[in-house]
Ligand binder design. Structure first.
Ligand code: NDP
Length: 281
């Protein structure tokens, strides 16, 4: 089975649009997401464009704040503070990565936690690990929705997550643990990665290196979720999984593009609406 992220994301966005319609009438104001982008990185620009398009579709207002790559950390923090202080703004997203002269964690921490639509603020990270999260990082949340769509039972299954970043791997492991999976978190120092991956009923790969996972690393019938986005020399997008060779072995698999990416964006819309609703309280 190829898991169709575009179709599932579309279903979510339609539901969210209906919610926004209702909320906007009830509270006489639409949710608003402000997106801050620093510099002209083409990949970041493309992601931001997709996010704004999805917000438009869902009826979410917003502003795109573009800053030059030379912007100082102090100025960027000032812009974040002004979004924090603006009562009309429900969600703030600072597109990552930031130029190397800016400390990303300081910027993430400066965002008001109740407007942190990415779920990267230490307050939201702590709440996730304490089982009281309202805002969860978009990519792992989207992956949980993809897994749900397959109908496979998660409890008791062995899930292997390859990649231990703060934005994908670690929160992913926590969400799978919450669903009673036995979780292995693998990374670049994992000894015998192929053997570890072969034990997975559910294999989630977020490495950032094309074709890291080949057919011989996958247990027959496993569910394989490919988070990676890599551009080949020819300019095409590929994941971290060698899709062609793994497809006949896996029970279910996400394509790249058209798998995790659209779900990440749908969950960003979900988080923006959550922030709006939390702020009404
Ligand atoms: P990071 O670079 O922050 O983390 C990569 C992780 O992969 C690290 O934990 C690293 O291990 C591990 N790793 C690197 N090489 C290997 C290897 N050969 N074997 C095993 N593990 C390895 O990346 P992100 O988590 O931010 O992103 C991962 C990928 O997912 C990227 O391609 C990114 O573009 C994509 N992405 C896609 C999204 C989507 O919506 N589809 C959203 C977010 C990311 P170590 O910690 O030891 O260095």
């Amino acid at each position: 089975m190829i898991i169709d992220g575009i179709k599932i994301a579309q279903h979510y966005k339609e539901e969210l649009r209906k919610q926004v319609d209702l909320l906007s009438v009830q509270h006489k104001r639409k949710p608003r997401l402000d997106v801050i982008i620093v510099g002209e990185n083409p990949a970041s620009m493309a992601y931001v464009k997709s996010k704004i398009k999805a917000a438009d579709y869902c009826g979410i207002d917003g502003e795109l704040i573009r800053l030059p790559s030379s912007v100082s950390q102090k100025e960027l923090l000032r812009v974040v503070q002004s979004c924090n202080a603006d009562a009309e703004v429900d969600g703030i997203l600072v597109q990552l990565p930031l130029p190397s002269h800016i400390d990303e964690q300081s910027v993430i921490t400066a965002i008001a936690h109740e407007k942190d639509v990415d779920g990267f603020h230490p307050y939201n990270v702590a709440n996730l690990w304490l089982n009281c999260a309202s805002i969860v990082p978009c990519t792992p949340l989207g992956i949980m929705a993809l897994l749900e769509s397959t109908g496979i039972a998660l409890a008791g299954r062995h899930a292997v997550v390859v990649g231990r970043s703060n934005i994908v791997g670690k929160p992913m492991a926590k969400l799978l643990l919450d669903q009673h999976c036995t979780v292995t978190l693998a990374h670049s120092r994992t000894a015998n990665l192929a053997e570890v991956c072969r034990q997975a009923d559910i294999l989630i790969v977020a490495v950032g290196r094309a074709h890291t996972i080949t057919a011989s690393m996958v247990k027959p019938g496993a569910t394989v979720i490919d988070v990676g986005i890599n551009r080949t020399a020819q300019g095409t997008l590929v994941g971290d999984v060698d899709f062609k060779s793994v497809l006949p072995v896996a029970g279910a698999i996400t394509p790249v593009p058209g798998g995790v990416g659209p779900m990440t964006i749908a969950m960003l819309m979900r988080n923006t609406i959550e922030c709006y609703k939390n702020r009404l309280k």
